[in-house]
Design a protein around this ligand. Structure first.
Ligand code: PPE
Length: 318
């Protein structure tokens, strides 16, 4: 799906036309991957577009900048405000929002600390990440021969651009082998996650997902799914598991901001369970209702882009 330009991009605190939000080829981050980004969605609701768990996304970005000693010229509130205004300025409804902070042009060399940190937030319409058919019928995955980055190599909980070299390798190989998505194991053989999604497993009525120690990104959708499972009386535990547990699962699904909740119908040419996914479907429906403002309980997860930004400071845990 080719990127469809929208009107404006927030760039270092100002709104500039889409086509003018450019950087130099010697931008430090382009060479060394010193950038922290976020992926957020705004969704249509009966009260207008609402950004899902905005504050938590920006907090995760801020945590990442701390891990990477990034000298942030923006506050958490400025970025929250920037996202809300961006959706409004562009007149968007359902859209994907991409904040990124990165080492800009200045000096070359590995040390990024001498260069200014720039920030941008763009938004565009982005449909189902793993396809509408994938959301409906489930996708086909493969276990990647690439391991998920080890916590001793790179901090896996920081959403650093450099981490995505790992995801890119796994994704390309999965696609070229005819699959829709890759599932990565840790270097110790534990199941970690998809190239851009967390993974959940259902066995004998119990929902589980790998622990944070498996080096997964601490997904905000993951957290929302756990909350939804609890609210719907679905037994849940955080639990590490291995490759054969994937094959033996009754149901499997991936989840993330871009992917929402996408069932997995096959892994390495083995059908998962009996090919149906009733519990996944229940969670998927509840999640879609939550993000579209149809469930009063999850209202605190929504920040309305059409309201004055001052009213959107809370995106508390439900
Ligand atoms: N793991 C990885 C590696 C990951 O990139 C994501 C998000 C998740 C888990 C789920 O996190 P969360 O969105 O907070 O539930 N992946 C983003 C990037 C996708 C892209 O291709 O770009 C996303 O879904 O926005």
């Amino acid at each position: 799906m080719t990127l469809q330009p929208t009107k404006k991009i927030w760039f270092d605190g100002a709104f500039v036309p889409w086509e003018e939000a450019n950087v130099h080829v010697l931008t430090h981050a382009l060479h060394y991957g010193y950038a922290i980004f976020e992926g957020i969605r705004a969704n249509s609701t009966p009260k207008g577009p609402a950004i899902f768990r905005l504050r938590e996304h920006i907090k995760r970005l801020m945590n990442g900048t701390k891990v990477y000693r990034m000298k942030m010229p923006f506050t958490e509130d400025e970025l929250v405000q920037g996202c809300l205004e961006l959706v409004k300025v562009n007149g968007l409804n359902d859209c994907y929002i991409r904040p990124i902070v990165f080492s800009s042009y200045g000096e070359m060399g590995v040390n990024p600390l001498k260069n200014k940190i720039s920030g941008a937030i763009a938004a565009w319409e982005w449909g189902a990440y793993l396809g509408n058919e994938g959301m409906e019928k489930g996708i086909r995955c493969t276990i990647s021969s690439w391991s998920r980055i080890d916590p001793r190599t790179m901090p896996p909980h920081a959403k650093c651009s450099a981490n995505y070299a790992n995801s890119i390798l796994a994704k390309m190989d999965a696609l070229s082998a005819g699959f829709d998505e890759a599932i990565l194991l840790t270097t110790n053989g534990l199941v970690a996650e998809g190239s851009g999604e967390n993974i959940f497993r259902i066995k004998d009525g119990v929902l589980s997902t790998p622990t944070k120690s498996a080096g997964v990104l601490e997904g905000i959708t993951r957290d929302s799914v756990i909350q939804i499972a609890k609210d719907n009386g679905i037994p849940f535990k955080e639990e590490d598991f291995i490759r054969e547990d994937v094959f033996a699962a009754d149901e499997l699904f991936l989840c993330g901001t871009a992917a929402n909740v996408t069932p997995i119908r096959e892994v390495d040419n083995r059908m998962i369970g009996n090919g149906t996914f009733p519990i996944t479907r229940k969670i998927q429906d509840a999640y879609m209702n939550a993000i579209h403002g149809k469930t009063a309980k999850y209202e605190p997860w929504l920040s309305y882009a059409s309201a004055p930004a001052i009213y959107n400071t809370a995106s508390e845990k439900v």
